[in-house]
Write a protein that binds this ligand. Structure first.
Ligand code: IPE
Ligand code: IPE
Ligand code: MG
Length: 254
């Protein structure tokens, strides 16, 4: 792995907690506890690597549909994580933020979240974004509604809505576009995560379940990323042959 060519922004779909627990005969919620240890490990590793931004899918808008007890455990673990990492985040210059419909979170969790976001707001080393009650489509629809509202009130000219200004209206884009999107647990889908920001992300899927995902797995993902040729629709390197004209190419059948 070449530390000089790291992605600037990594996003992770942390999946497989339930299966990790069940495969060992434990209740699913124990998997979430182990998953939260994994979060601490990976946040630390990314910070040490000097990554600019890390976005973690911690709870989707759709995850509210899980059994209440599981939702409650996830909320408790989130609160625990925030309280236990607060001091280290401040000390290490990590700025915490959240994306998603956080007004849906229980008050006691949101109060802690708001406080830690505020307390870490001066952090300049790495932006850690937690996606909570988050859905990519919901985020896009919310931004579209806001833009429509501003256009209707005359505050915004519809002609000014373009890819850049729309992106600016998406909270997930505040940390910049995603360079590398990792999903654990072997599922090959995006599950409504950062749809817009990941438009040109390199995708990396691993069978490893989230509680087992460690620094070595992260380095493997980074090494794989560095093997990729990110073309953004262009070509790898400009053609070396003599420049041709379109007319000459058409005449020769391209
Ligand atoms: C990911 O693990 C954590 C959350 C979605 C909150 P899961 O709980 O989805 O674990 P599996 O996919 O059922 O194994
Ligand atoms: C995606 O995982 C959400 C999080 C990791 C928070 P899910 O387990 O909820 O997604 P599906 O159900 O496999 O698509
Ligand atoms: Mg899952």
């Amino acid at each position: 792995m070449d530390v000089a060519r790291l992605p600037r922004h990594i996003a992770i779909i942390m999946d497989g907690n339930g299966r990790w627990a069940q495969s060992q005969g434990f209740v699913r919620t124990l998997g979430h506890r182990e998953g939260s240890a994994s979060v601490r490990r990976i946040v630390r590793a990314c910070r040490r690597l000097g990554l600019g931004a890390l976005t973690l899918y911690a709870f989707s808008e759709q995850n509210w549909g899980r059994p209440q007890l599981e939702v409650d455990v996830l909320m408790e673990l989130l609160k625990e994580f925030l309280l236990s990492e607060r001091a280290e985040m401040i000390e290490r210059g990590i700025r915490l933020r959240s994306i998603g419909r956080i007004d849906r979170l229980p008050d006691h969790v949101r109060a802690v979240l708001d406080e830690v976001v505020e307390a870490t707001s001066g952090g300049e080393r790495m932006t850690l974004t937690l996606a909570l009650s988050y859905g990519g489509r919901e985020e896009i629809a919310d931004a579209a509604r806001e833009i429509a509202r501003r256009a209707a009130s005359g505050e915004l000219d519809p002609e000014d809505v373009d890819e850049r200004s729309f992106g600016d209206a998406l909270p997930s884009m505040e940390a910049g576009p995603v360079d590398l999107l990792i999903r654990t647990s072997g599922e090959l889908r995006v599950s409504n995560f950062v749809l817009w920001a990941a438009a040109y992300a390199e995708l990396y899927f691993t069978d490893r379940l989230w509680p087992d995902f460690d620094e070595r797995d992260l380095f493997e993902a980074l090494a794989a990323y560095q093997m990729r040729d990110r073309r953004f629709g262009r070509i790898a390197s400009p053609a070396k042959e003599a420049p041709a004209t379109l007319a000459a190419l058409l005449a020769s059948g391209l």
